[in-house]
Design a protein around this ligand. Structure first.
Ligand code: FPP
Ligand code: MG
Length: 342
């Protein structure tokens, strides 16, 4: 249908050519950078051993939201990063996605995860040994890429990886433990999820030439975005549906993981605590009861409110950045992640 009306029904307005078009999705602000990142990422998966390449491509090709690269590239540009050091920023974004992918492979081995990104996990398809090696391979590729950076940046990345391992082990230590507290929960997710966002943002801001306080602000932004992201991830794990989240609904409860809904429900309800810890492996009937308890509307609202508090902290950081489409993209990314349904 031809019309001179915009999608809202208002007459179309002429845009001042000097005004940059507002980005609809944050990815549009860094479309070219993301395309370069994707090409480099895929090129690094190839190996002299075809099976390694196959497992890596199986996990990464065409799958995954590329949220971390998007975030890193937006931070780089929002902090004033120019084309002069763009290649380093792209390598950072690629390295972060490689490390994230490595942790997913290893995480599925630890959890016996059978579904990932809506299809059989690499573990189901290739077995534990190949999945483990492929994870190691991706991890090494990341450090091959960024090992040339100055020492403090390599240390930032290494510290994030150390935190990832500690977060995973801390989570394992608190499995089936209904006494896990919100502060322990926050320590886990700060390590297992937010550390990579924070490190990526810190390196991106440094590469952009930001001063020390702006670098610290970027790190804070990564921390808060990562925490809000994981809180919503925990919520979606209990709400599903499987087709949208790409893994079985209720996986966290089945595995005894002290996710945010679990910790909040356990705080309130002695019967929940009993079922969650009892025998370490809930049957289907108990699982249904546990899921019903964490799906109470007030508990869902509490999780959303906690994620929103982190999002507000993140927005306060973006508000301190110079106005740009990249800053707007970061603000939009925070909104999308906090309100996402999958
Ligand atoms: C997925 O989260 C897992 C992580 C974010 C961290 C996993 C860390 C390791 C396996 C340590 C190894 C580290 C390196 C550097 C290779 P999730 O379990 O909440 O997400 P999911 O529900 O999608 O599995
Ligand atoms: Mg997992």
């Amino acid at each position: 249908m031809s019309s001179n009306l915009g999608t809202t029904g208002a007459p179309a307005r002429r845009r001042n050519p000097a005004t940059p078009k507002p980005a609809r999705h944050p990815a549009e602000a860094v479309r070219a950078e993301l395309a370069a990142c994707e090409a480099k990422l895929l090129s690094l998966l190839d190996s002299r051993e075809a099976l390694i390449a196959e497992v890596c491509h199986y996990l990464i090709d065409g799958a995954g939201k590329r949220l971390r690269p998007l975030f890193v590239l937006l931070v780089y540009r929002a902090c004033g990063g120019t084309d002069r050091t763009l290649e380093d920023a792209i390598d950072t974004a690629v390295a972060i996605e490689l490390i994230h992918s490595a942790t997913l492979l290893h995480d599925d081995i630890i959890d016996g995860g059978t579904l990932r990104r809506g299809r059989p996990s690499a573990l189901s398809r290739y077995g534990a040994s190949l999945t483990l090696i492929a994870g190691d391979y991706l991890f090494c590729r990341a450090f091959e890429l960024c090992g040339r950076f100055e020492e403090s940046l390599v240390r930032t990345a290494a510290q994030a990886c150390i935190q990832l391992t500690e977060g995973e082990v801390m989570e394992g230590r608190l499995r089936h433990n209904s006494a896990a507290t919100v502060s322990e929960y926050l320590a886990i997710i700060r390590r297992k999820t937010a550390s990579l966002f924070a490190a990526g943002a810190r390196v991106a801001a440094h590469l952009a030439g930001a001063d020390q306080s702006a670098i610290a602000a970027a790190e804070k932004l990564g921390d808060t975005v990562g925490i809000a992201f994981q809180m919503i991830d925990d919520l979606l794990d209990i709400l599903g549906p499987e087709e949208k989240i790409g893994k079985p609904v209720g996986s966290d409860i089945r595995l005894g993981i002290p996710s945010l809904p679990v910790v909040l429900a356990a705080e309130k309800d002695a019967h929940f605590r009993h079922l969650f810890t009892n025998g370490g492996n809930p049957g289907e009937a108990d699982l249904e009861k546990l899921l019903a308890a964490v799906r109470q509307p007030d508990l869902i609202a509490q999780v959303r409110a906690m994620a929103e508090r982190e999002a507000t902290r993140a927005r306060q950081v973006t508000a301190g950045l110079a106005p740009s489409v990249y800053r707007d993209g970061l603000a939009r990314l925070i909104d999308i992640q906090t309100n996402r349904k999958a």
